[in-house]
Design a protein. Structure first.
Ligand SMILES: O=C(O)CCC(=O)C(=O)O
Ligand SMILES: [Fe+2]
Length: 404
């Protein structure tokens, strides 16, 4: 990997003369780097500014107001987490955050507040391979615990932060539209029919689709998934700090299919691990989004496209506050990674052998976590154990945090 991330100009997609070159660049970025910048992406600057202008006021709300929006109130892990409440690699992340998502109602139909999933009360692991998405779409089972992840946001009231809800909702809608446009470009770069993945997002116009071994399958219908947005604030380190702090520790994104990250202003901090194990700085580029791929994408392509490891170094004592906004494109909770894999051509998957360090195998290989809902629930419980304990019980936390 060279020392800078590639920059793709998405307006090249609009001209038949430049489109092939854009697709070649995308192909290279997908398979070589797994991290890229996009410019001329079509998200209006005003839509972005309307959110970023409000971030200082949002985080400056009185602490009791922020506490009233705590994630502890939410079985969906949506809301506020205070400074350094989250940990990565066993170390505190020196940031404060609000989690939002596509505004959707609850669907989970569990028996009551204190439900104990039958799996947790049994010694033998009944769940292996059983919680998956291969059931017919007509029998969607809203008793599955992972459906409890889906649900509404916690908004500050309009008088407290006028215009915030509208600004963030507009931002969500524009970045969602960008994500769908971008997935169509990926399909082209993979040389599969444009729209192959549409049914993952509840957007299918067709009722059948071809899998990569040539079979024609009926498209399962899915509920449109919930995308997630984090609003992040990284304060400068204390004046006496000797070493660079951990803004967020090294990780792969586990929340979604693709991530579209907006870095606000000029504050640096994001670093990406290259295939030669060197940290590359991903400096903010004005009016751009950083795009990278989540664990599920890596697993679906059997590691041909990597969920590249990245981290954020906390701003130094003389820096300004750094804000950033990752948008994690969701996938249906009742889908499995094996199912997604059917739509990825063998010629794409086979590229993993050529990619350096092609050991892309992730926890999805364990049949329990092949289900995206299960792997998402596990991820959220692991990073917010108190919220997990409150809504999923001690047994739930024990189940989802057990070591392999
Ligand atoms: O703040 C950033 O630039 C990146 C944050 C990030 O990687 C994450 O929250 O997953
Ligand atoms: Fe990340």
């Amino acid at each position: 990997m060279s020392q800078a991330l590639p920059i793709l100009d998405l307006s090249w997609a609009n001209d038949p003369k430049t489109r092939p070159q854009l697709l070649r660049q995308l192909h290279a970025a997908l398979f070589d780097v797994g991290f890229l910048n996009v410019v001329n992406h079509g998200v209006p600057p005003k839509t972005i500014d309307n959110v970023t202008d409000l971030l200082p006021s949002l985080f400056a709300l009185p602490s009791e107001k922020k506490a009233s929006l705590s994630k502890l109130n939410s079985a969906h892990f949506l809301g506020y987490s205070g400074f350094a409440e989250e940990t990565t690699l066993g170390k505190q992340d020196l940031r404060e955050q609000f989690d939002y998502a596509t505004e959707l109602p609850e669907v989970w139909q569990g028996p009551n507040e204190n439900v104990v999933d039958e799996r947790f009360s049994s010694n033998e692991s009944k769940s292996s391979g059983q919680v998956n998405g291969n059931d017919s779409s007509s029998t969607r089972n809203f008793n599955q615990l992972y459906w409890r992840l889906r649900g509404p946001n916690q908004w500050p009231d309009e008088r407290t932060l006028p215009g915030f809800r509208k600004a963030l909702s507009d931002y969500h809608d524009e970045v969602e539209a960008l994500s769908y446009r971008f997935v169509h470009l990926i399909e082209e770069a993979f040389e599969i029919p444009v729209g192959t993945f549409d049914h993952f997002f509840g957007r299918q116009s067709h009722t059948t689709t071809k899998t990569t071994n040539g079979d024609t399958l009926p498209c399962r219908t899915y509920l449109p998934p919930q995308h997630r947005i984090k609003l992040l604030r990284y304060p400068p380190s204390p004046a006496d700090s000797q070493t660079a702090g951990q803004g967020v520790g090294a990780h792969k994104d586990s929340s979604g299919w693709l991530t579209f990250l907006y870095q606000v202003g000029n504050e640096e901090g994001l670093e990406v691990l290259s295939s030669s194990d060197k940290w590359i700085r991903a400096k903010p580029i004005p009016n751009s989004f950083v795009v990278n791929f989540g664990n599920a994408f890596e697993a679906a392509t059997e590691g041909a496209v990597k969920a590249t490891i990245h981290r954020v170094i906390a701003p130094g004592p003389k820096s300004n506050v750094r804000y950033s906004i990752p948008f994690f494109m969701g996938l249906p909770l009742d889908m499995t990674v094996s199912e997604v894999r059917q739509y990825i051509p063998e010629k794409v998957r086979s590229l993993r052998n050529q990619a350096e360090g092609g050991d892309a195998v992730s926890s999805f290989l364990d049949p329990r976590w092949d289900s995206l809902g299960e792997s998402q629930l596990r991820k959220w419980i692991r990073s917010h154990r108190e919220v997990g304990e409150k809504w999923y019980g001690k047994e739930g936390v024990a189940y989802y945090t057990q070591e392999e």
